[in-house]
Design a protein around this ligand. Structure first.
Ligand code: FPP
Length: 243
């Protein structure tokens, strides 16, 4: 689904949906001779400040890649540290999301997460239903290919039960975690790598990519402004020709 673009008072187009691959936490920590989990802690604080800023400037959806299906291969201690941070973050979200009017969704296969994390996610889902406006999507145990396979399986099930009609690009989108959400207009990857890393493969078909060497924990609202500025100079044709 292509997003309709809004403009702010300065005439800048504000992307409706921004996606970010959180990268560089480990290097940020190493540069400071800190353990990797200190980098993830700083990264989770950055996520909080960038989400607040996105809401402030009129972005409607922010989707971040926090933990991929491949990240389980990391040392046990690091994985435990990330799960602990998610637990802390979700507790704080449950406390604050109503006041801040922020909806929070988790995209990914949550079945591998602990029962307590799953309970917190169910609770944030429930609270989100009573909130309108800005939505943050956190991808946990997420993989783009796995999401497409899951969508195909869910469609096949519905079809077999006579609940689904002919498959179209639009109807298939409804089987993704991102059902009902416009595709990302802008995909940002901090941390100096130039890869998609199995993130939102279906949804990013026409997204504008922005890469920066800034490590995620150092990423500031000014860095986001720079990405939006560059986005404003892109010519989005969605496969058509310039008008
Ligand atoms: C990538 O940096 C980061 C991760 C795999 C984990 C991100 C997780 C968090 C920030 C914690 C919880 C998140 C939220 C949204 C509450 P890296 O470790 O690959 O960095 P490196 O490439 O420098 O080693």
């Amino acid at each position: 689904m292509a997003a309709k673009i809004k403009e702010n008072e300065a005439g800048k187009q504000i992307p409706r949906h921004i996606a970010i691959i959180l990268d560089g936490n480990g290097r940020w920590a190493k540069k400071r001779a800190l353990p990797r989990k200190a980098g993830h802690l700083a990264g989770s604080e950055t996520f909080r400040s960038i989400a607040t800023y996105c809401k402030e400037i009129g972005v409607e959806y922010l989707t971040v890649y926090a933990f991929s299906t491949e990240n389980w291969k990391r040392p046990e201690d690091e994985v435990k540290g990330i799960m602990k941070l998610l637990d802390k973050y979700l507790h704080e979200a449950i406390r604050d999301m109503q006041k801040k009017q922020i909806r929070l969704k988790v995209f990914g296969d949550v079945s591998r997460l602990s029962p307590s994390l799953r309970e917190l996610i169910a609770r944030t889902d429930e609270i989100s239903q009573g909130i309108e406006g800005f939505q943050a999507n956190v991808c946990i145990n997420y993989g783009g290919r796995a999401e497409i396979v899951r969508a195909a399986q869910r469609y096949a099930q519905d079809y077999a039960q006579g609940k689904a009609e002919e498959l179209t690009e639009e109807s298939f989108s409804d089987y993704m975690y991102s059902a009902g959400i416009p595709d990302p207009d802008l995909l940002i990857r901090p941390g100096g790598e130039y890869r998609l890393s199995n993130f939102l493969l279906w949804q990013c078909a026409y997204s504008e990519f922005y890469y920066t060497d800034v490590l995620w924990p150092d990423f500031t609202p000014e860095d986001l402004d720079k990405a939006i500025e560059e986005y404003n100079h892109r010519d989005r044709r969605f496969g058509g020709v310039k008008k």
